[in-house]
Design a protein around this ligand. Structure first.
Ligand code: HEC
Length: 165
C-alpha cells in the first residue's frame, strides 16, 4: 500500500468513527430517557403516589444525608433539641400533625392536619408539595417530586425515635 492508500484508509476509519459518534448522539436525542419513577408524578390528581413500594427499597443512609442537606437548615432532629424555623422532627413518624408543644404552627397546617397523624403516606404527600397539602403553610419547600427520595427521607425519619418506642 502506498502513502495515498494509507491516507485513504485513515480517512475512512476516521469517517466511520465520526458516523458512529454522530449516530449515537442523534439516537440519544431521539429516544427519550424513560425513567418511570418521575412519570407517575405527572399524572393528574393530588400527587398521592403510594409510597409503600418505595419504602421497601429505600435507603435510610441516603435519607440521612439528604435530610441534612435539604431540611437541616430549618429543623432539628435530636430528642429535646430546640425548634428552629420549623418544629423538631425527632419522633415525627406516627405523631399527630402540628403537635409539638410550644411551636407556633400556621393555621394552615393546624387546619389541614386536624385529627391526622404523620403516617408514612401523609409525610410523602406533605413532602411532595407542602403547599398542596396545607395551602398557606409556612414551610417554604418546593416539594420533592421524586418518590424514591421521599422514601429515603421517610425511612430515615422513622429511625428518629426513643429505643423503647
Ligand atoms: C425553609 C425552612 C424549611 C425547610 C427547608 C424544611 N422545613 Fe419542614 N417545616 C418548616 C416550617 C416553618 C414548618 C411549620 C409549617 C407550618 O406551621 O405551616 C415545617 C413543618 C414540617 C413538618 C410538620 C411537623 C409537625 O410537627 O407537624 C414536617 C414533617 C416537616 N416540616 C418535614 C420537613 C422535611 C422532611 C424537610 C426536608 C425534606 C423539611 N421539612 C424542610 C420549615 C422548613
Amino acid at each position: 500500500m502506498d502513502g495515498r492508500g494509507l491516507n485513504r484508509s485513515a480517512v475512512a476509519v476516521l469517517l466511520s468513527i465520526g458516523v458512529m459518534v454522530g449516530a449515537y448522539g442523534v439516537a440519544r436525542c431521539l429516544v427519550p430517557d424513560t425513567t418511570p419513577a418521575r412519570l407517575a408524578l405527572m399524572l393528574p390528581g393530588h400527587g398521592a403516589v403510594a409510597i409503600g413500594p418505595y419504602l421497601q427499597r429505600a435507603d435510610a443512609g441516603h435519607g440521612a444525608r439528604m435530610v441534612e442537606q435539604i431540611c437541616g437548615g430549618c429543623h432539628a432532629f435530636r430528642a429535646g433539641a430546640d425548634d428552629v424555623a420549623g418544629p423538631n422532627l425527632f419522633g415525627v413518624v406516627g405523631r399527630p400533625v402540628a403537635s409539638v408543644s410550644g411551636y407556633a404552627y400556621s393555621d394552615a397546617l393546624h387546619h389541614a392536619g386536624s385529627g391526622r397523624v404523620w403516617t408514612e403516606q401523609a409525610l410523602s404527600d406533605w413532602l411532595s408539595g407542602p403547599d398542596r397539602f396545607a395551602p398557606g403553610t409556612r414551610m417554604s419547600l418546593n416539594g420533592l417530586s421524586d418518590p424514591a427520595l421521599r422514601a429515603d427521607i421517610i425511612v430515615y425519619l422513622r429511625t428518629l425515635r426513643q429505643p423503647q418506642d
